[in-house]
Write a protein that binds this ligand. Structure first.
Ligand SMILES: Nc1ncnc2c1ncn2[C@@H]1O[C@H](COP(=O)(O)OP(=O)(O)O)[C@@H](O)[C@H]1O
Ligand SMILES: [Mg+2]
Length: 435
């Protein structure tokens, strides 16, 4: 085997078209968001509602919700990009979304916002300019860990120079200087004023992956929002929180004081259509082609359509699956991978993984579960003809291993679904495809 670096060359691409990182406008991005973004036109509900959110002068707070892998982060990045680059009233925004940590406090929340804003000014105006401003120098000294983090993600860590040592800086997160909330809010206000001076109408802050905080402790998350309520009202700031479906209803809505400052409803991001998912891939092939027009599609459109249905439209899982398929196909085979081989690879991968983690009996129960949309203890018991107590034990183990996901509770019944990467286990998943 040639040890060349490009797995994608044989299809005519310079890089991986199925990269599942959210599209962003950071310098390090493989695909430019302005070109690779597909669908969600301005007349789609999600796009016009978020546009109207940003059209409220003075700032605001909104929750953006949707299933894992439908394109939430990319959607918000795209609108932030439009408002920073193409709007008449431009809104300044850090190039990367701010990733939330499960251990976050209100103070860490503001510090990360401040840090990513200093990072943005470093990229926008340069180091000298930033150091010439007392305010920014002061905030930079306070938040350098967060600045470094935001710059690392945007791929521009070099603007910081060599002054900040990587690992040493990270250690300091545990003993950040104890600055009171009023002082931190005052910094935010002064930075907003600076942005106005630079010709911006406001600042957008995008907090991603709220589920990490949610999983840790929903109650504590509620208290967290009580604590940051004042921060969220700083004039000139647009706070966007990206979260899983149900976040607004369970965390924000029950707290009247918090709810009252939020945009009335969450913005729900639905999956792209099948046609749009195909268009996303087509666009990526074109953008990554090494010789214009000389590429072969690694998989057929029918296979993509099949995966689209299997993963209920969640494009992240569709692309992950194709990437797995390509990685397992023997090198010598030219052209588009046959559907039969592609499906065989996916179900074999899922089967091997299940067999490693489970006993044969447990594995067979999981295979049965993968054949249905969703299930409860009772329905799975009926399906597999096992004893109810045993089914409960299997389900508990599947959930613990991440093979099954808890969906919701209705009365005393809990509904589950098989995790996306285990769905190809279902015998029907391959059979239904043979045309
Ligand atoms: N509208 C879109 N146009 C092009 N690619 C998209 C679009 N939406 C999502 N993607 C791609 O799908 C993958 C998953 O999107 P992401 O935004 O990370 O989903 P989520 O945040 O909902 O988990 C990423 O690789 C992203 O680039
Ligand atoms: Mg995301």
């Amino acid at each position: 085997m040639d040890l060349t670096q490009n797995l994608w060359e044989r299809f005519g691409f310079s890089d991986n078209p199925y990269d599942t990182r959210a599209l962003s406008f950071s310098e390090r991005a493989l695909l430019p968001i302005s070109k690779a973004f597909i669908g969600r036109e301005m007349d789609s509900t999600e796009s016009y509602v978020i546009t109207n959110f940003f059209r409220n002068p003075g700032g605001g707070r909104v929750v953006v919700e949707g299933d894992v892998g439908v394109g939430k982060t990319t959607f918000v990045n795209y609108h932030r990009f439009l408002w920073e680059h193409e709007a008449q009233d431009r809104l300044l925004t850090p190039s990367s979304e701010i990733s939330v940590y499960s251990t976050w406090t209100a103070q860490a929340f503001v510090m990360s916002a401040l840090g990513s804003l200093v990072g943005r000014f470093l990229v926008l105006k340069g180091k000298e300019w930033v150091h010439a401003h007392d305010l920014l120098s002061e905030v930079a000294a306070l938040t350098h860990v967060y600045i470094e983090r935001s710059l690392r993600w945007s791929g521009s860590v070099t603007v910081l120079g060599t002054g900040v040592g990587g690992s040493r800086a990270i250690e300091r997160t545990s003993n950040v200087p104890d600055v009171g909330m009023p002082q931190l809010i005052s910094y935010l206000e002064q930075i907003a004023a600076l942005a106005y001076d630079e010709g911006f109408a406001g600042i957008t802050l995008h907090f991603d992956n709220m589920e990490l905080l949610m999983q840790a402790d929903p109650e504590a998350l509620g208290r967290f929002f009580d604590e940051i309520r004042d921060v969220l009202q700083t004039p000139g700031y647009y706070f966007v929180f990206v979260a899983p479906a149900g976040f607004f209803q369970t965390v924000i809505a029950p707290r009247e004081r918090v709810r009252s400052i939020f945009f009335g409803q969450p913005i729900v991001v639905p999956p792209l259509s099948e046609h749009e998912v195909l268009a996303v891939l087509q666009k990526r092939y074109e953008l990554l082609t090494t010789e214009a027009g000389r590429w072969v599609s690694p998989v057929s459109d029918q296979l993509v359509a099949h995966l689209y249905n299997l993963f209920r439209g969640r494009i992240r899982f569709v692309m992950d699956a194709i990437q797995n398929i390509v990685s397992y196909v023997p090198e010598g085979l030219p052209g588009t991978i046959s559907d039969g081989m592609a499906l065989e690879i996916l179900s074999t991968l899922a089967y091997e993984r299940a067999s490693q983690l489970l006993t044969p009996t447990e594995r067979d129960v999981l295979v049965a579960a993968a054949g249905v949309e969703e299930f409860t203890n009772a329905s799975l018991t009926e399906l597999t003809e096992k004893r109810k107590q045993n089914t409960a034990i299997y389900i508990e183990k599947f959930v613990r291993l991440g093979l099954v996901r808890r969906l919701r509770q209705e009365g005393s019944e809990v509904f589950y679904e098989v995790a996306a990467d285990m769905r190809p286990l279902s015998p029907g998943s391959a059979a239904s495809h043979e045309e």
